[in-house]
Design a protein around this ligand. Structure first.
Ligand code: GUN
Ligand code: ZN
Length: 440
């Protein structure tokens, strides 16, 4: 596959090993992409147009005048079967699950329904500039196959897995038994078969996916933990400490664990590549457990504001020091747009500011949805950035996409002002094009 270059303004991030988050920006830049040893398009060079173009004489250049190329966004937690659930009002998480989410997820037992929903979902991710996603499916194998199939066709980097739930949900949403097996045992066999079918195929990855502790028996969580030990490079995803009623329920069901979060650790479900959504109502022992196990939090601010769940404690997370990144959590979350998520995260950070003096910078917000989220997934240096060697997933942003964006971005006098203008005013209209790394 040929080398190719793009001339535009460029946004990317200094390596995390170099210290605090630092965005890099080149007003007139050149991004060179070309195949790596495996034949996948990766970044070969990035920097100032004059300097980089001199190293590649004769290379075809696409000039994207007035546009900004930035890393594709990484959505650290999203539910593909909840596209239709966006904007469903409820007094809180548990009634929202019961009245809107579970009834919709039942429909994914039908392969046709799963396939068309997967098609819409992946298109919506791409329209919004999301190029890597850690995604919930439903408790039906058909939903997992449908989403992997769709992502594979689009060459998207996507991680998903069979939703494990063997109690406390409607009967037809519980994992079903087959061939004389109970639902619990069958769900674990299905998980292992799906790992073997999909994990590491093209850009796809598998995530062992207990929905949350209250909808799994001890036996299911134990089995999930055993699979997590056996397949150490698959991901784990679940929910934790989102809502006060949920926490009380989890404590009742697993009283032997020190905390709701500790329940997962007690079943072997906390390690590198384990991503827990929400992580709102934590104490410092929980934060230390996140840090010491190298698990990561998927912060889902639009969901937390919509469902009235609470506010992620950025100051607490940074005081102890565990990994986190941003997530849409559609359909608890209200938007597929990373710009909406970053703006909501800013509001959440402001809430904590009175206590900590902390306020999130636009560079931090953007990092949390790109390179930071990639780091939380253990994919740093592979996605979420445009350093040489990163897979060539990127967005082309048009800062003149709307009259107000044009007016506001044109008066930005530094990088932070420019990024903030896009975070506050941006949505899918800002994303002119999403480019996915291709393979031969
Ligand atoms: N906890 C368990 N299931 C869910 C879900 O689907 N969405 C959210 N936001 N929280 C959950
Ligand atoms: Zn969720």
């Amino acid at each position: 596959m040929a080398m190719k270059a793009y001339r535009a303004s460029l946004l990317w991030f200094a390596p995390h090993s170099e210290g605090p988050v630092r965005a890099l920006f080149e007003e007139d830049g050149l991004l060179v992409v070309g195949p790596n040893a495996q034949g996948r398009q990766v970044v070969q060079a990035i920097g100032d147009w004059n300097a980089v173009s001199a190293q590649y004489p004769g290379l075809p250049v696409e000039h994207l005048e007035g546009r900004i190329i930035a890393p594709g966004f990484v959505d650290l937690h999203v539910h593909f079967p909840q596209t239709n659930v966006i904007g469903s009002p409820a007094s809180g998480l548990l009634p929202w699950l019961e009245n809107y989410t579970f009834p919709e997820e039942k429909r994914f037992a039908a392969p046709d329904y799963s396939a068309q929903a997967a098609n819409f979902f992946v298109a919506e991710l791409l329209r919004n500039g999301v190029t890597t996603a850690l995604t919930f499916a439903t408790s039906h194998v058909a939903s997992v196959d449908a989403l992997f199939t769709e992502a594979q066709q689009r060459q998207l980097r996507l991680i998903t897995g069979l939703c494990l739930m063997d109690r406390h949900a409607p009967d037809d949403l519980l994992n079903q038994g087959a061939n004389g097996l109970g639902g619990t045992e069958q769900s674990l066999r299905d998980t292992e078969a799906l790992i073997q079918r999909w994990h590491g195929v093209d850009r796809l990855g598998y995530a062992i996916t207990p929905r949350f502790a209250p909808t799994s028996t001890d036996a299911q969580l134990r089995g999930a933990g055993e699979l997590a030990a056996k397949y150490s490079d698959v991901w784990i995803q679940s929910h934790v400490a989102e809502n006060k009623d949920e926490i009380a329920w989890a404590r009742e069901l697993f009283p032997q664990s020190r905390s709701y979060l500790a329940t997962y650790n007690d079943f072997g479900l906390m390690r590198q590549r384990a991503v827990y959504a929400h992580c709102i109502h934590f104490d410092d022992d929980d934060r230390v457990l996140m840090r010491d196990t190298d698990a990561a939090a998927a912060i889902s601010p639009t969901s937390n504001l919509f469902l009235g769940s609470g506010f992620f404690d950025y100051a607490g997370a940074d005081r102890v020091g565990f990994n986190y990144g941003l997530a849409s959590d559609v359909g608890g979350g209200t938007s597929f747009s990373p710009f909406h998520t970053m703006l909501a995260a800013y509001y959440v950070g402001r809430e904590g500011q009175t206590k900590s003096g902390l306020s999130l910078s636009p560079q931090q917000l953007w990092w949390q949805h790109t390179a930071g989220a990639a780091r939380a997934l253990g994919l740093e240096g592979m996605v979420g950035n445009l350093l040489p060697g990163c897979e060539a997933d990127f967005v082309v942003l048009n800062p003149k996409a709307t009259p107000l964006l044009e007016r506001k971005t044109s008066i930005a006098s530094n990088l932070d002002e420019l990024l903030f203008s896009m975070i506050v005013l941006g949505d899918d209209r800002l994303v002119e094009k999403t480019v996915i790394s291709q393979a031969i």
